[in-house]
Design a protein around this ligand. Sequence first.
Ligand code: GAR
Length: 203
Amino acid sequence: MKKIAVLASGNGSNLQAIIDAMEQGKIKGAEVKLVVSDKKDAYALKRAQQKNIATKTFLPAEFTSREDYDQAIVTYLQDMQIDLVVLAGFMRLLAPLFVAAFPNRIMNIHPSLLPAFPGACGVADALAYGVKVTGCTVHFVDEGMDTGPIILQESLPVYDHDTVESLQQRIHVLEHRLYPQAIALWVQGKIKLEGRRCLIDDN
Ligand code: GAR
């Protein structure tokens, strides 16, 4: 059984989608062992507690540097023998030491078609730019901001009447399908990395 830790700062709807997918047998051979947050009031923590999943909060203010903060999380994850780290709305850039501790074993979901519109406001930035197509991306995490190898992407149209909220809502629907799918592929060993290309073995 692969052990997954989900890191989340907010609502945790992607965490919920992952838990639901596991309950529905769509991700076999893995369990969410732990949910970590940088915010003590993150709703993601409540979602985890409702499912009797262990939670842990690391408050940045209690650490002297980003490296100390990330090292504390890494040590905790290693102690729990976590195999895969899943960022689900975790709004912090990981320090290089974190990425090095879990090479190609950290995934992130981002609400745009990367490499377009990285950063904290992917949906608003895409809308303001005026793109006609956007979407979401699941990728491995490297040291950059949303720059790691792309695992899965899916697109959707942007309508004239869209607002950040309406667009975000439709992107969430895609995300909730795509993230469990990417995790299932990883658990089954079906993602092969060639350079920065993720080749998916569909059989
Ligand atoms: C998701 O839409 C995710 O793509 C985005 O935060 C949201 C979290 O929603 N992540 C980023 O923007 C990362 N740069 P959730 O808490 O309901 O899962």
